[in-house]
Each structure stands twice: as C-alpha cells, then as structure tokens.
Write a protein that binds this ligand. Structure first.
Ligand code: COA
Length: 269
C-alpha cells in the first residue's frame, strides 16, 4: 500500500482534502525507458497503453479492481490477515478511495480495447497549520472513526513511515500529491505499467505546480519503481521489527522474503 498518515487527513477532509481538479483529462502515452529486462519480461509499448485521469464512468470499475486485485495481493494486508474474500470492502477505505476518484487525482491505464488494466489512487494534501511537530494519530482515534481493528495496524504503520503534516513542515511545502495505492491487474503485471502510472502521477502534479510527490511502498515491486524514477527513500520499517506500543505486530513466519519492508519516498518535482 502506498501512503501514510494521510488517511487520517482524508477523514478530516475539511482541512486537507482539496477538491483539486487536474488539467482536463488528456489521454497520453508514456514511452518506457529502455532497460535490461529478464527474458520473460515484456513491456507495454507506447501505442499499446492509454494513460488518463479516471473518469466518473470508470469509478466503479476502478474500485472493483482495487478490491479484487489490490487487497488480496498487497503484502501488508496479507500479513495482518485482513479479510480479502470476494465482495468484502472496508467502508472507510472505500469512501476514501471514492473521494480520491471524485477529486480527479487518480490515474488509469487502459489497453487498446479500452479495458482498465491498472490504477494509481492519489490524493492532494494541503498544509493545515504551522505547528512544528504533529502528534501521530492513535489506534483509538482510528477505531472511533470506524476503521476495523486489523486495518488499524496498517494505518499506524503508514503514519510512522510518513505523516503528512510533518512531511510538509520538514520539506517546506504547502501541498503535495500522495500516491496512495497502485494496482495492476494480475495478467498485466511486470510489463512496466505501475512504473508508467507513477510517472503519469508525477507529470500531472508538475502540470499544476505541486512541488512534492510522496508514496509509501509496502511492496518491493513499487519500491523498484520509485528507485528507478528518482524518488528519495525517507524511512524504512522492516516488517519483522515493527512494534506498536511494544507489541510485535507481524508474524515472522508470514513475512514474504521478497517484500521484507515498507519504505516511504518523496520526490521534489
Ligand atoms: C505492485 C504492482 C502494482 C506492480 O505493478 P507492475 O505493473 O507489475 O510493476 P512494473 O512492471 O512497473 O515493475 C516494477 C518493478 O518491479 C519488478 N517486478 C514486478 N513484478 C515482479 C515480480 N513478480 N517478480 C519480480 N520482480 C517484479 C519489475 O521487474 C520492475 O523492476 P525493474 O524495472 O527493476 O525490472 C502489482 O504487482 C500489483 O498490483 N500488486 C498488488 C497490489 C500491490 O502490492 N500494490 C503496491 C503496494 S505499494
């Protein structure tokens, strides 16, 4: 999962959730850079992929893709044993994603037949005040907001990796674009689509003079994307070491060695 304490922000949207409309959805294609790839690795070429803002007629499909293909596959939801059966949705999270879609800060990749094959859910966050250091939200606060107990483990982890009020103070910016979640349909993975979606988010943020892009990557695959795209790593938490109030959260036996840690990144643009 990509992002951090911003979840609380979004719930307090009177201050933070900017109804920010990116430049009108101009479909564009991004040509992936040439790079050495494993033999079974193919890339979607420039004319095979259409990148654009998610439009209202695609909102429900975008959400379906998140619930069907993000939740069961994202490393941390698996670690906490979050319920991922078909049809299951976390009300608060679904609402949060809908708000991001309505703010027109989410990007999709479509194939030539018009099928959505990947989504980047993003949000623009505004600085609220000049307080130097903001306290992180607590589990009780999240529970009061209606988040399920198991999912609070994820929210607290994300907050510890990067809490947006503190990031904005630290980086001296008044707004940022946070890439909250990136998902690509299973049959289209490892073709460079996540990399292109993140690139699209950066490009659109640049167009509207947003100075900073942030993302928390819980997957080694998106971590590779960010490293390749010139993001700076800020904080790293190894899943085996993560404790909240002296309680170890993850079972070492369940940690996938491919995805050992979550890393927060930022990029000035
Ligand atoms: C993570 C995810 C979005 C990656 O999408 P993708 O389109 O396959 O990513 P890309 O093709 O751009 O690949 C990015 C990097 O990860 C590597 N990678 C991707 N899938 C891989 C795999 N199964 N095994 C090994 N490496 C892999 C790629 O090789 C690439 O690195 P490289 O450029 O150094 O070769 C996708 O796997 C997914 O939807 N997972 C479920 C949800 C999730 O975990 N989201 C991210 C949470 S932060």
């Amino acid at each position: 999962m990509c992002t951090s304490g911003f979840l609380l922000f979004c719930m307090r949207r009177s201050f933070f959730h900017l109804k920010f409309v990116f430049r009108k959805s101009i479909t564009s294609a991004y040509s992936p850079q040439r790079r050495r790839l494993p033999q079974n690795y193919t890339t979607m070429e420039k004319d095979q992929l259409i990148l654009s803002i998610v439009k209202s007629e695609d909102f429900e499909e975008a959400l379906d893709i998140f619930w069907k293909h993000f939740m069961p596959n994202e490393p941390v939801t698996g670690l906490i044993g979050c319920h991922t059966a078909v049809g299951y949705r976390i009300y608060n999270l679904d609402l949060l994603l809908r708000e991001m879609l309505q703010s027109q800060t989410c990007f999709m990749a479509k194939d030539q037949k018009g099928n959505i094959i990947g989504i980047a859910f993003c949000t623009v966050i505004l600085k609220k005040d000049d307080t130097t250091i903001h306290e992180l939200p607590t589990r009780d606060e999240y529970l009061c907001q209606g988040w399920p107990v198991d999912f609070t483990h994820i929210l607290l982890l994300l907050d510890h990796l990067g809490y947006h009020p503190n990031i904005m103070n630290d980086k001296k910016v008044n707004q940022l674009l946070d890439i909250f979640a990136v998902v690509v349909k299973p049959n289209y993975r490892r073709m460079g689509i996540a990399t292109q979606l993140i690139t699209k988010a950066i490009t659109e943020a640049q167009l509207v003079d947003i100075p900073l892009v942030t993302v928390v990557c819980t997957s080694a695959f998106t971590q590779r994307c960010c490293a390749k795209l010139g993001f700076n790593a800020e904080n790293t938490i190894f899943y085996k070491d993560w404790h909240y109030k002296n309680i170890k959260i993850f079972d070492n036996n369940k940690i996938d060695p491919v995805h050992p840690a979550a890393i927060s990144y930022y990029k000035y643009i």
